[in-house]
Every structure is written in C-alpha cells, then in structure tokens.
Design a protein around this ligand. Structure first.
Ligand code: HEM
Length: 394
C-alpha cells in the first residue's frame, strides 16, 4: 500500500496512483484508517455524495488547538448545510464571474509590477525564481487586496497560511503542530482587530462587507467572519501558487508543448491553465466522513468511516482523459476535478483561472526564451503538491 512519506513516491506519485486506479474500486489504507478513491468516477462520487460530509474533527488537547479548531469548524470549507449554505452565500457574490472579470486590470497591473521586479533580478543575478518572484506574490496580493488587508502586512500572511495548511499533510511533525497553533492564534487576532477597525472606518473590501453583516448579528458571528477571511486568504493563494508552478515546470520540461505558449500565449492560455491543474495537481487529497452507510464504486463506506478523493489521481484517469500521462496544453474539453465538485466546489475557480490566464501570457511575452536554470526543488509533501523554488533564466 502507498507510503505517503516515501521520497520516491513524493517525487513522482503518478505511477503508484495508476496502480491504485487499476484496482477499480476504493481501497482501505490501514495505516491512515481511510478509504482511497483513486478513479475519476469514484473521486467525483465522493465529492458529490451528500451522505459523505466534510466533518471536522477537533484536534486534542483542545486548550492548545482552540483557535485552530474554531478557524476550521466555523469555516465554509469545513461545514455542512445549513451552516455551509449560509456562510457560502455571504461570499459568493464577491466571486461571481462578472465581478472577477472587473478585477482583470488590477491583475494586469500587479503582474506588470512583478515583471519589473524580475527585470531587476535578471540584471543582477541572471536568473529569477518563478515561485517567489511571480507565482506566489500575485495571488497573495490579489486576495489580500480583495479582503482589504493593508499592503504593509503582506509579509505576515504567507507564513501564517503556510503554517496552518501544513496540518493538511498526512503526518505533520510536532514542530509543524506548534507553528500551526501559533499562526492560528496570531492570524485570528489580526483579523479580529481589522474587523473592529473596519466597523469604524469602512472600506471598499470584503472584510468591511462581512463586518457589517456580523454587526447585524443574524447571519454571521465574529468567529465565522474571522474563519472566512482566513480561509479565503489561505485557499485563495496556496493552490494557485502550486498549480502555476507545477504546470509551468511540466511545460518547461516538454519543449513541444512549451513552444505553443512561447509562440501564441494568448491563444493557448485558457486551455494551458486547466491542463496545468489536471496534469500535476496542486491539491491531491480531500477527506469525507460517512454520515450513514454509503456505497462508492461498489464498496460500502460504513457510517463514521472516512474516504479520500484523490484529485491528482482522478485527473490522470485513462478512461476519461486520452493520453492522460501526457501534457497537452490544447486539451479541450478537460473535465478535471482539480477544483473539486458538488457543494464544496471551489468558490475561487473563476478568480484562479483569470489570474493565471492573465499572468501567463504576460510572463511569456516578456520572456519568450524562458528556460530552467537548474533542477527545481520540490516540497516533500503530497496533499499540497508544489515546488519550493523554480529558478529560470531568459
Ligand atoms: C488553482 C487554484 C485553486 C485550486 C486548484 C482550488 C481547489 C479547490 C478544491 C479542490 C476545493 C474543494 C475542496 C473539497 O471539496 O473538500 C476548493 C474549495 C474552496 N476554494 Fe479553491 N482552489 C483554488 C483557488 C482558490 C481561490 C483563488 C480561492 C479564493 C479566493 C479559493 C477559495 C476556495 C474556498 C472558499 C473553498 C471552499 C468552498 C466550500 O467549501 O464551499 N480557491 N478549492
């Protein structure tokens, strides 16, 4: 059975995931105590089946995990209807496709300023890091500005977010746990202070909108507001950074495909982005718990048992995608489930697509000769799959 910590598996999980799909039904992983759904059909069914819920299990001891626990229990992602419906509906209008389209000029402006920084790096060092200098700051700046976090606090956000999301890995270390507890407390306190400030000095941002709803007292309480802002900040960039980085490296290692976006980036940007997310998924595993006995792919998940949808595996399923193990930046249709499915389908999908499909052509036009300067360094993680750094030259 898969060892999720094996460095060889982490370097390239796809051969073992293909073996898992061959079994053709969910399989019990004894060590993790969870079923794994590896095919597209089974993963999709896990995400859509309403008797499989996102049931958050508070961490123990509760004194140490208090803030971390409510940041999750009171978030959109870790709640189920009717609470999920109420919380999700409060932010949905901020993410509708029209609103997102209106943000394109901002995304272009931010991308342009990052390209100017890159120009300096290239002049100084002859190389730059696609992750730290481009893929990471763009979504952080966009979601932070949507929420209304002051620019000067940006440096605080990614470290808090990274410390919290490390808990989604299969076996976090004790130091990871300590850092997640501390980051949860600091981030929650920070948003709380901002909420109070925005009630006094409203701004054109999501925190202000939510603070007014909270003040009204009926639809949102303070913990729910804080949990929503923290979730939006975290979910609003972690997967985008890694999705861009994973796909871009795959393209850089496949010149026949890369030449498509070197030569006509505008024409291929939209399909390229979805293929980036399909080919080497930034998010690999999402759990559900059976609220009653539930059948998935011919296997009964007993009430209380857990099952994981393996999104990266589903997106390589040969029965759905022709030449599934090949990167095809023109793939269309591309029914990948990298943004999930069912009631928890990613709220930020239109934003993530717009950010990436805007910034990729700008990067390619600025540096059509871009190429790897050295072998990129991967993070040794499975659930959030991504690169530490990707140094390139032009
Ligand atoms: C490439 C980028 C992204 C990917 C691959 C991605 C993927 C996902 C997936 C797979 C889920 C569902 C999880 C589950 O079913 O358990 C999800 C949920 C969510 N995502 Fe994204 N996401 C991305 C970007 C974003 C952005 C930019 C935002 C917000 C600004 C965002 C906000 C959310 C939220 C709030 C949820 C929870 C939805 C709910 O529970 O109803 N995501 N995302």
């Amino acid at each position: 059975m898969i060892n999720f910590q094996d460095p060889e598996f982490l370097a390239d999980p796809y051969p073992e995931l293909a073996e898992l799909r061959k079994i053709g039904k969910p399989i019990w992983h004894e060590e993790l105590g969870i079923f794994l759904a590896a095919t597209h059909a089974d993963s999709n069914a896990v995400l859509r089946n309403r008797s499989l819920g996102r049931i958050f299990k508070p961490k123990e001891p509760s004194e140490q995990w208090d803030t971390f626990n409510w940041l999750h229990a009171d978030s959109i992602l870790d709640s189920e209807p009717p609470k999920h419906t109420r919380l999700r509906s409060l932010v949905m209008k901020a993410f509708n496709p029209k609103k997102i389209e209106s943000m394109r000029p901002d995304v272009e402006r931010i991308t342009q300023s990052l390209l100017e920084g890159i120009e300096l790096k290239l002049a100084e060092a002859g190389q730059f890091d696609v992750i730290a200098d481009f893929a990471e700051p763009l979504p952080v700046k966009v979601i932070a500005s949507m929420l209304g976090f002051p620019d000067e606090d940006e440096h605080l956000l990614r470290p808090w977010s990274q410390a919290i999301v490390k808990m989604y890995e299969v076996s976090p270390s004790n130091e990871d746990k300590r850092q997640a507890q501390q980051a949860s407390a600091e981030f929650a306190e920070y948003v709380h202070a901002l909420m109070i400030e925005r009630k006094k000095n409203p701004g054109p941002d999501l925190i202000t909108d939510l603070a007014l709803v909270e003040e009204d007292g009926e639809k949102l309480n303070a913990h729910e507001l804080i949990a929503t802002c923290v979730l939006l900040l975290n979910a609003g960039h972690e997967a985008s950074v890694n999705g861009f980085g994973n796909g871009f490296v795959a393209a850089l290692k496949n010149e026949a495909q890369m030449s498509l976006i070197r030569q006509s980036p505008d024409q291929h940007a939209a399909t390229a982005i979805d293929e980036f997310l399909r080919f080497d998924a930034p998010l690999h595993l999402f759990e559900r718990t059976a609220t009653q006995d539930t059948e998935i792919g011919g296997v009964v998940i007993a009430e209380g048992q857990k099952i994981a949808a393996l999104l990266g595996s589903a997106n390589r399923d040969e029965s759905v995608f022709e030449n599934a193990d090949q990167l095809d930046l023109t793939r269309d249709p591309n029914p990948h489930i990298g943004f999930g499915a069912g009631i928890h389908f990613c709220i930020g999908a239109p934003l993530a697509r717009m950010e990436m499909a805007t910034s990729l052509p700008m990067l390619m036009k600025a540096y059509p000769e871009i190429g790897l300067a050295s072998e990129p360094r991967r993070r040794p993680t499975f659930v959030l799959r991504g690169y530490e750094s990707v140094f390139v030259t032009s």
